[in-house]
Design a protein around this ligand. Structure first.
Ligand code: IVH
Length: 393
């Protein structure tokens, strides 16, 4: 019932009413204090609410007669793409609302890809010889742009609703009450938010959220501070960029410096050769990391990662260790450029670079590395689930 039959030719354009705005960003507590001072000059008797800033793709969902009739991307804020056929495949989005919900309702939020889903999708992309996605946001955006809803249905997408649209939300006194109603009507909403009276409480909430940032199903790149009482929205108004009743606060991306000690080449189940950076072990976002995939030779060349380089290490999608960039200033001249092997490093057989792929493959079906990976794949949890058979045994 969620996946319609045929691939579509392209996306129709949708005009947003009102426009889907952006948020003014702050990067320091000082800037937030300035915002607080501004707000206190304009209004009194208000409370703040702090929420996660979800790093995904903004989306508008429109319901008529309590049925989902249109889903649209933000686009340039005025006009976006009608991606209804794709968004219908997201199982957590209600297609029909309960009788308590208004007949006509527009809600807005963020579509994201779960961490786990992102890791799996990238494995699939690499096995198919395609370039993996850099992060869950790109993977979500790429998925929504697919023309075949059947393909979209295989992508692990989800949504968080955090804002009112143009209709059906007029009666709520506070943002908190509105989000609570969205939850009752079946929409996924943020599992965490804090009500704050003072800017000091806001700072404490922002710090608390930063510590929790890796525990959510979605990636967060900051906090959003909102005035809770909706009657103040029209008083505070908006700039061309965004509303004056909200501010984003961006967290610094987590990264650590380390050294590429060598680059090894791994042979996968389907014969794909993957260069892997062997790193001086460092701890990042709650784990110790000593290896990071470099995906393929194109990627190594693009980032110009050399053996001996100092690099910034990040976690793509908060889970996959990845080289963010090379710290070129730290080069001594002793670094060595990596060459992709011309024979399989395990069986010594021929490798092929198919014209339409980024990958290089070992084409020997009896290559011991491939055999082992195939056996592991056969025994793994999603396949025959043979508990006593795995990489170590
Ligand atoms: S409220 C007028 N709440 O961040 C816009 N936006 O960088 C009010 N975002 O365009 C939006 N998490 O797509 C709001 N909890 C949250 C959010 C959120 C992520 C997005 C939104 C916005 C972008 C600005």
């Amino acid at each position: 019932q969620r996946v319609s039959g045929e691939p579509i030719a392209g996306f129709a354009q949708v005009r947003h009413n009102p426009p889907m705005q952006s948020l003014d960003k702050t990067h320091s507590k000082g800037e937030l204090s300035d915002f607080d001072a501004f707000v206190r000059k304009e209004i009194e008797g208000f409370t703040y609410r702090v929420e996660p800033k979800v790093d995904g793709v903004s989306m508008s969902l429109l319901y008529e007669n309590r049925r989902l009739v249109r889903a649209a991307t933000r686009g340039n804020g005025i006009v976006g793409d009608d991606v209804t056929v794709n968004v219908r495949t997201i199982r957590s989005i209600p297609l029909v609302l309960p009788p308590e919900a208004p007949e006509a309702l527009e809600v807005r939020g963020e579509v994201y890809m779960t961490r786990e889903g992102f890791v799996k999708l990238n494995e699939r992309e690499e096995e198919a010889g395609r370039e993996p996605f850099a992060n869950p946001r790109n993977a979500a955006a790429g998925s929504l742009k697919q023309l075949d809803p059947k393909e979209v249905a295989t992508r692990p997408l989800d949504v968080v609703i955090y804002n009112a649209g143009g209709v059906g939300c007029e009666s709520f006194a506070t943002h908190g009450e509105m989000i609570e109603a969205f939850r009752r009507w079946g929409f996924p909403v943020t599992p965490w938010s804090r009500e704050c009276r003072t800017i000091g409480e806001v700072f404490a909430a922002i710090d608390e959220l930063e510590k929790l940032r890796h525990t959510f199903r979605f990636e967060i790149d900051g906090a959003v501070l909102k005035i809770d009482e909706r009657r103040f929205y029209s008083v505070l108004g908006a700039t061309a960029h965004g509303p004056r009743w909200a501010r984003a606060y961006k967290y610094a991306p987590e990264r650590v410096e380390t050294v590429v000690e060598s680059i090894t080449v791994q042979v996968g189940r389907t014969g794909i050769l993957t260069p892997v950076a062997e790193l001086k072990p460092v701890s990042l976002a709650a784990s110790v990391i000593s290896r990071a995939t470099l995906h393929n030779a194109d990627q190594v060349a693009r980032q110009d990662v050399r053996i001996g380089d100092h690099i910034w290490l990040v976690k793509a999608g908060d889970v996959i260790p990845a080289v963010d960039s090379v710290i070129v200033e730290k080069r001594t001249g002793d670094e060595r450029v990596f060459q992709m092997p011309t024979a399989c490093p395990v069986c010594g057989g021929k490798v092929e670079h198919l014209a339409d792929e980024v990958a290089v493959r070992c084409v020997n079906p009896l290559c011991p590395a491939q055999l082992q990976r195939r056996l592991e794949h056969f025994a793994e949890r999603n396949a025959l689930d043979i508990k006593a058979l795995g990489g170590k045994i």
